[in-house]
Design a protein around this ligand. Sequence first.
Ligand code: 13P
Length: 249
Amino acid sequence: MRKQIVSGNWKMNLDASQSIELIEALKEKSLAADVSVAIATPAIHLESAVKQTENSAISVAAQNMHQATSGAFTGEISATMLKSIGVNTILLGHSERRAYFHETDELLAEKVNTALENELEIIFCFGEELDERKKDRHFDVVSEQLRKALFHLDASQWKHIVLAYEPVWAIGTGETASPAQAQEMHAHIRSVLAAQYDHALAQSVSVLYGGSVKPANAQEIFAQPDVDGGLIGGASLKADDFAAIVNAF
Ligand code: 13P
């Protein structure tokens, strides 16, 4: 049985006191026990978020890290630093990192390796842009993203990888992939994994959907057989909405 996961991605939102308040509010909520719940906070809040969520069902993830473990990279944060404050999960490949910070799949392959060497669990994000979908290239684009960033891995390393399909046109736009579009792509992702590795591996990897997931649409998206949860942006900034999404399976 695959793990069901809901992770919030706070992006660059909330100051220190707002972060503390939101986590306190989340800790008050009753969250489905069979769902793994994570929040990816801005880097500056990670350490306090880790302390605040000790003895709770919520785990804390980072939104980015550098591919080197130390060195002259002003302003950057390494995998070893994250581990040293108790962060065990990292988002890699978010479309905003790709678009605004020029992260390529080749660079992401390096970050993936560094994260795994440092025993971080990875939520790997990928997805097509609107014009790629309009040109009917979305399946190829997604296959290539997976191939370039992840297919150098051994089958044994995939137990540390969660995939998050996030069509760029659905992020922060209020436009969601329909449940059928999400299911179609998630099934495609499993078929690509099965071709590269094998059926058992393809069936074992949790594949999340991200892009305008809200309490009102989470249930029908999560009900799709190949959707194992969600990566939630805007709606993860409100405790009521995020809890409702966690409880939408
Ligand atoms: P929204 O839920 O705000 O569309 O963001 C999705 C996302 O990018 C999560 O990583």
